[in-house]
Design a protein around this ligand. Sequence first.
Ligand SMILES: Cc1ncc(COP(=O)(O)O)c(C=O)c1O
Length: 393
Amino acid sequence: MKTYDFDEIIDRAGTGSVKYDLRKELFGTDDVIPMWVADMDFRTPDFLVDAINKRMEDPIFGYTLREDAFYESVKAWMKKRHDWNIEKEWVTFSPGVVSALSMAILAMTKPGDNIVVQPPVYNPFYFVVEDNDRTLVRNPLILEDGRYRMDLDHLKSVINENTRMVIISNPHNPGGTVWTEAELGQLGKICVENDLLLLSDEIHSDLVARKFRHTPTASISEEIAQHTITCVAPSKTFNAAGLSTSAVIIPNTELMAKYKRTLNAVHVGFGNIFGNPALVAAYEHGEEWLEQLLDYIGKNISHAIGFIEKKIPQITAMEPEASYLLWLDCRKLGLSQEALCDFMVREARLGLNDGTMFGKEGTGFMRMNLACPLSVLKKALANLEAAVNKLQA
Ligand SMILES: Cc1ncc(COP(=O)(O)O)c(C=O)c1O
């Protein structure tokens, strides 16, 4: 068995990396440890790079059909990682998950229709609704005992004759919540009863912590499956977002036809010739690497939570049940949001996400990306501890 090295420090500055090379623009300085956008500082695994190298051996990069293996490997991965039986005919393509959300909105709703999101949530959910001239309806999550839960009574109260769709992050970004089968079942029931489409963004689903289990929303019942569009990708799991290759799973044939019509209309259905074999390689050979990654991320999460509890009690870290994003409740520091962001950059030298990016419900919060070597994480936490101590001195 090969052992992968997640401790390796890789200098990504100057490579065009969004995470590193946008620091000056976003934070006003390059002198911050970048712990914001959700990509990992770990090497993209060798089996994925090998698949791309193999494709390069055929030096004609013309229009290329997506091989059957693409659909088969998505199907096999859903079965082996999530115990979800899907048909390969349910699988289609999108360059990215956000573009899939946008295409689904264009395909299945009309301008002015109401679309529900659950803040605080991954901010492009707002853009895909509002920039497509649909009406955003907020159904805020409730933070209770260190975990988010859905407010389904409130959801029922905001549904009216203009409501067409609900978009969820399953698991949730930024809270890291792994929605339970019961929660998703209740949500799905409301969607079925009101004939709403459920757009389930499951991009973080492979990164569920050992103690938890991901439930694909559409796996709960046939009725829910018929109302659900699921977006998945190897991009977060295998650190390959730059390959722009994702999969969309739509069991309902009518909805599938609508989605494909829009995919054709925007003419992005071919994807790129390197992304397709990379997805196949990831889903065919990725399990061992993923297990080792989950161990590493799990240790980083435990370290960060333990350190913050002990050394920075003024900040509360929500334990992520999935993924590598730590939602930090900084309200006890007593700073305005502007001062909090400024403090993280100038005093702690950290490039984090401002919690309000995810909605006003994120006021007083910051999001920290833990997918980095432990040595980098230790340095970041030491910076934060020193800065908080200085603030309170
Ligand atoms: C919930 C969620 N959806 C989608 C994305 C991005 O997807 P893509 O880059 O494939 O558009 C992210 C990235 O952080 C995310 O957290």
